[in-house]
Ligand binder design. Structure first.
Ligand SMILES: Cc1cc2nc3c(=O)[nH]c(=O)nc-3n(C[C@H](O)[C@H](O)[C@H](O)COP(=O)(O)OP(=O)(O)OC[C@H]3O[C@@H](n4cnc5c(N)ncnc54)[C@H](O)[C@@H]3O)c2cc1C
Length: 303
């Protein structure tokens, strides 16, 4: 029996078949995938993973696809989206803590916290990922990141155990976390600890940063945010710009002329166009400055 039928038979959650990945990635590129499943709860997530493992079908957790570059090839596996893991609960003394499901959108959470006069998550108001994707990436901006606000993370291990990892155990560093070293682990839920602030002041910071992003980033085009991590003591965007690569095009992909660390899909780019442009920027910086820039974005299904 084919894998989609097997999953459908178990009634684990909504399933979409033969999906076009450009609908699920912010680059708006990528080939098709066998399917996407939206498990209704943890039990169904575990059952889904068991069925996929028993049938040797590969799978990947998909957040909002805002840090992924899928190849143009068919992805012969199942993507698991945790959109149903979207509960939010404020609790504890003065309700300074929030327990939030991994599928919850980070921008929405940031705005919700602001509304409740909770400060700490302002940095996240322009990061278009899910809470789970943000924890996995240790997403951040303005000298802050998830590591500053996460208290603990509920995780499903590759042995189907549910454990809670405290902040220290999450090994948060610049755009990296424990989860990146444990690819079979799934972030289910997160507790953030915030502080009491003034709603007006928090919303003002968010408004001002939104304005800064609009002015400095090519938000009018599909992209996946910054392509490279900033090398120690340097800025990836500056290195690329100094080599005159702003506006450089391969196929429908272009190094943004607004911000050189963004590659945009300006005209029906393929993933291959984007990858080649990423490699060109990387290799040019390596050749000219002897700096081996690390890509922040993840390449999926290229092997
Ligand atoms: C316009 C724009 C601006 C951006 N600005 C920033 C910025 O300022 N700072 C920043 O850090 N990033 C930024 N990004 C990049 C991106 O939004 C972040 O990296 C974000 O955290 C990715 O979340 P996601 O849900 O889209 O994850 P995805 O891209 O879907 O997935 C990323 C990785 O996380 C894994 N993953 C997702 N959810 C889970 C889970 N529940 N459990 C385990 N693994 C999981 C996936 O398998 C994948 O390996 C920007 C992107 C765009 C398009």
């Amino acid at each position: 029996m084919d894998i989609i039928k097997l999953l459908e038979k178990e009634n684990l959650g909504k399933i979409e078949k033969n999906v076009l990945l450009k609908k699920y990635t912010t680059y708006r590129t990528g080939g098709k995938a066998l399917g996407i499943i939206y498990p209704k709860n943890i039990n169904n997530l575990v059952k889904t993973i068991n069925i996929l493992n028993e049938n040797n079908v590969k799978f990947k957790i998909l957040g909002n696809g805002s840090n992924l570059l899928f190849s143009d090839k068919f992805y012969d596996g199942i993507l698991i989206r945790l959109s149903e893991f979207d509960k939010v609960e404020f609790f504890g003394r003065n309700k300074l803590r929030v327990r939030v499901g991994a599928g919850y959108p980070l921008v929405k959470l940031s705005l919700l916290c602001a509304k409740r006069s909770l400060t700490g998550l302002e940095f996240a108001s322009g990061i278009p990922g899910t809470v789970g994707g943000a924890v996995y990436m240790n997403a951040g901006a303005y000298k802050s990141d998830m590591g500053y606000v996460v208290e603990n993370v509920k995780v499903l291990t590759d042995k189907n155990k549910i454990i809670t990892l405290e902040n220290k155990e999450m090994e948060f560093h610049y755009r990296s976390s424990f989860l990146q070293k444990h690819p079979g682990y799934v972030c289910l839920e997160v507790v953030l600890k915030l502080a009491k602030g003034k709603r007006d002041a928090i919303e003002e910071v968010i408004k001002e940063r939104r304005q800064r992003r609009i002015e400095s980033q090519p938000l009018e085009y599909p992209s996946a945010g910054s392509v490279f991590r900033n090398p120690e003591g340097n800025f990836a965007g500056k290195l690329i710009e100094d080599l005159g690569l702003k506006g450089k095009k391969i196929g429908g992909a272009m190094v943004s002329d607004k911000h050189a660390n963004f590659i945009i899909n300006y005209d029906n780019a393929s993933s291959k166009d984007i990858k080649e442009l990423i490699e060109l920027c990387h290799d040019s910086v390596l050749k000219e400055y002897d700096i081996d820039m690390k890509c922040e974005q993840e390449f999926v299904n290229w092997e």
